[in-house]
Design a protein around this ligand. Structure first.
Ligand code: PMP
Length: 323
């Protein structure tokens, strides 16, 4: 779907997959007006297909668009575009049974040609899709994380809450540093004090204190994950207390060592829920749990996947059924 200044959204088209042709002076290539989303379509036991909370992705896409001075795509157009692609590619949605899905990647770029820093006057919204296998084919494996103090992902007033490529470019070097330290993932801390835990590579974090789960509050510099939001609600349904709060790296270490913090996990569309098994930082390292995923981690993971794959009742009306 295209957007042109003065005309708005127009020319929705379903076309075969293929390269985009871009002028070398395309404004996105120089000034990075680009935003994207990620969501999944799952096959249900009766063979039908449904996407998980596409309206939530559409709303986040609007917030990202506002931050990058791009036009907002109406929620219904976003959802209709995803629906049209899933219907077209329905055969590519894997069979019900595992955790496989059809991953959808909606994105928007500026298409105006010109050099000069200002919002473009033409944009293109596109959705592509790819079948996604279970993230952990061998079962859920705890990941090791590196607390990044040298690099920050986002700053107050910046673009951290937006899903834009620049945030991911900013994360690559820190991810490489995490790998050098022998860790699977980087954990981002706040930009001012390098003390407050924000999020993991492409996932939000949860801290389990007995029957209370806490996730870092939305400060504006982390992404408001849709999985994160769903788990705040789902944990309550299961009789746990769930809340947003602030967790410092010292508390993380201290509460793990005292036994008060029983499990830590990360959550996002790609891996659903992933336990954190060990933590390394310039100031020390510690083990989280006994090398196996925690009990609540697995319980929440199953509760969420059961809704997504159509095995459990969808009490919150999260599934968008496509027939
Ligand atoms: N944080 C970041 C930086 C991400 O890229 C993602 C993945 N979109 C998440 C958190 C988790 O968000 P969601 O649950 O919407 O996938």
């Amino acid at each position: 779907i295209r957007w042109t200044e003065g005309r708005g959204w127009h020319d929705a088209q379903l076309t075969p997959y293929g390269p985009l042709s871009l002028d070398p002076a395309n404004m996105t290539l120089h000034y990075a007006q680009e935003i994207f989303e990620g969501l999944k379509a799952y096959r249900r036991p009766d063979g039908s297909v449904a996407t998980f909370r596409p309206d939530a992705n559409a709303e986040r896409f609007q917030k990202s668009a506002r931050r990058l001075a791009m036009p907002e795509l109406p929620v219904d157009l976003f959802v209709e575009a995803c629906d049209a692609l899933v219907r077209q590619d329905k055969a590519w949605v894997p069979a019900h049974g595992g955790e496989s899905s059809l991953y959808l990647r909606p994105f928007m770029i500026a298409t105006e040609v010109g050099l000069g820093v200002r919002p473009a006057n033409e944009y293109l919204f596109v959705v592509i899709a790819s079948p996604a296998a279970a993230y952990f084919p061998g079962g859920v494996k705890p990941v090791s994380v590196w607390l990044s103090e040298n690099y920050v992902r986002a700053v107050p007033g910046g673009m951290g809450f937006a899903k834009t490529g620049g945030n991911y470019a900013a994360s690559l070097l820190a991810q490489a540093e995490a790998a050098e330290k022998g860790c699977d993932q980087v954990v981002w801390l706040d930009a001012l004090e390098h003390k407050w835990v924000e999020e993991m590579g492409g996932m939000n974090l949860y801290f389990v204190y007995g029957n209370r789960i806490v996730t870092p509050e939305l400060t504006g510099s982390l992404l408001a994950g849709i999985t994160r939001d769903s788990l705040l609600k789902l944990a309550k349904d299961l009789g746990y207390e769930s809340q947003e709060g602030r967790i410092s790296t010292e508390e993380w270490k201290r509460d793990t060592e005292s036994g008060a913090l029983t499990e830590v996990f990360a959550c996002g569309t790609a891996a659903v829920i992933t336990p954190v098994g060990s933590v390394k930082s310039a100031g020390g390292e510690w083990t989280q749990g006994d090398g196996e995923p925690g009990e609540l981690t697995l319980k929440l993971r199953k509760a969420l996947l059961d809704i997504q794959t159509g095995v459990a009742a969808d009490e919150h009306g999260w599934m968008h059924q496509l027939g």
